[in-house]
Design a protein around this ligand. Sequence first.
Ligand code: TXA
Ligand code: MG
Length: 341
Amino acid sequence: MPCEILATDTPERFDAAVERAVAALRAGEVVALPTETVYGLAANAWNADAVRRIFEIKGRPAHNPVIVHVDSPELARDCVSSWPETAEKFARAFWPGPLTLVLPRGERIPDVVTAGGETVAVRLPSHPFIRAVIREAGFPLAAPSANRSNEISPTTAEHVVASLGDRLPFVVDGGLSQVGIESTVLDLSVHPPRVLRPGMIHQNALRAVLGKLDDVGPETSGKLKSPGGLPRHYAPKATLIVLRWEDEADLLDQARRRGIDPGRTIVIAHRRPPAPGIWMEVHLIPHDADAYGRALYDELHRCDAAQADWIIVEAVPPTPEWRAIADRLHRASHAGSEAAE
Ligand code: TXA
Ligand code: MG
């Protein structure tokens, strides 16, 4: 059965798609929905069997917990057993938006959502479609990114179809995800709060709310606090490497020294794009962290679609607003150690 793409570009289509998604979710099914970060694979978070289906469809290991999406701070409080002052501050500052808060889990959250852990991750997204669905359904939605485990997250409905089209009846098209990078995951169950996954709401923005925050890098050993925080996770099929170059000759020299064939390589640049000439393709992403974040996964999906063997990405600045992008590039590069899932 071919996977249908439901349009939302007129009020009538939007409402019809909300109705269809809500009916499916009420029936315990899994649906792919747009959010402002990346597309999500959603199920009723109160329904353990429905959430289990998400793991089957993605091929996701059971030890990796999923984020619960709400449409109001009140519904978030129904998902947790305590709502500290810090949660209130962060929610006020950044919700709706790309910030996920990890808090002690509430009684109604099934084990499968938290992977058996004592905390739950909650987020109030800003995309109008998923918010309308949650409001109409009346229950929170458990939703990881709508890609097979270990593949790049989807930022368009077409990306979802390419990855999971054979396993889903329909995908709702909400346009290109406007943030384009997964949410910042902030653990509020520890003191001081810790960033478990960097996102476009960066360290400085978080600090401004609280005044003190310990940043920790991805955990790589022991019991995992956030399994998705392991290094190699968001990988394209091609071998991706991040390089800095002075000029075109320098780039070519570095590539050749690594045994890279330019004719099989797509270059993604933001400052110093080489002339297309000998390269398979050259893509230019704006030198602006927000615009870059929005474009990155689509670029990587295009490289896979073009069946490039290598992707060379021009290194991004080492400043806080580029941190999440540098993190995703590092994970996507084969330098980023062993597979996460
Ligand atoms: O932007 C996003 O967060 C997207 C959209 C769909 O909302 N979702 C997303 O989900 O990226 P996923 O499953 O691909 O990543 C969820 C991350 C993982 O790193 C997971 O380990 C972590 O959140 N996580 C979920 N529950 C957690 C918990 N209770 N404690 C710590 N980390 C948790
Ligand atoms: Mg994911």
